[in-house]
Design a protein around this ligand. Sequence first.
Ligand code: HOZ
Length: 425
Amino acid sequence: MIYKRSSELFVAAEKVIPGGVNSPVRAFKAVGGTPIFVKEAKGAYLYDEDGNKLIDYINSWGPMVLGHAFKPVVDAVVDKAKKGTSFGMPTQIETEIAELAVSMVPNIDKIRFVNSGTEACMSAVRLARGYTQKDKIIKFAGCYHGHSDSFLIQAGSGAVTFGAPNSPGVTSGTAKDTLLARYNDLENVKEIIELNQNEIACIIIEPVAGNMGCIPPEKGFLEGLRELCNKYNILLIFDEVMTGFRLAKGGAQELLGINADIVCFGKVIGGGLPVGAFAAREEIMNYLAPLGPVYQAGTLSGNPLAMAAGLAMLKALNNDKDVFKRLADKTEYLHKGLTRVLDNKKITHTINRVGSMISVHFFKDKVVDFESAANGNNETFKAFFHSMLKNGIYIAPSAFETWFITDALTYEDLDKTIEACNEAF
Ligand code: HOZ
């Protein structure tokens, strides 16, 4: 494949945008080479500026559950755009999407829309602190909850890829209120809680981690967190930015059968437009301004374009009773095919998968937390990434990211992907 035009566009971008990108993972620093500039996308495919067609496994980092340029979403956005794009005033469609989201997700009564997953998580933590009147939070090494200050402590995703999981600019005052635990290690969480009795407002977690590759919660881990939260009056926050409306209608809460106190959404809930949201039981949500004392606001929050896209997306997912099974089946097929190839070639690896999230780790043991994810062979990953790309398969340009499966993928696409893996070694 030729990337002449993409390289030229990157050089131009670097002159006026730091690193040439508006979000670091895109810069290809973790895999080398220059990023691919997308011209357009449709269904399961990306078409780049050099005229290459790629099978897409990042799907805008999750939201394209039903494929790129999904017609109901596009139609809804076009229709709304003609009637005004933002008012900073209430609109009826906000209630419509809120009603639908509340009906799909277990254990929530009210939802507040914001503009990104970062905003959702940041606001959820403020709400938890205000509600419990406690300051500290527990997060897990390798989990990523957006780039707000409290979360850039051993953060996953781009933060870890560039060797800066603790970012300069986060004050020591802020950092000291974020307590760090090991994913899938309940004993570790218990110790931290016992050392900080009556000080912890919330535990925030990706119920299926997606920012150190895909890491499933081990049996009993989330159940244990739920019990600890009940016992110590701590709120449990599920960051479902990746898992919400992707693993099931009701996200990870439904799939895994665990109730969180606050749930954060992003990406999928906006059908790929800039939307985030956080939701909880009424008594918690009523703590938010204008009803309660915890302040949170935004001019573009709930804007009609985003709401129209999100509503079209949620309706499509809600009305298709087989979609989550189809997604899981396709992902399982890919998992089996990749395993067959990598086993045949005697490549040391572990594949993690939950629903339509999957990641390949070039590591000999189980990958259950940040430490095991970081022990994967990054040189093998880089070579794998570039070989897949050469064969028309676009996976995330970092070993610390999940691949997201879209329903637009055909079994022929999956076979091509498995074949590309075969050629990579
Ligand atoms: N933080 C995102 C992945 N977990 C990457 C966002 C982007 O580069 O668009």
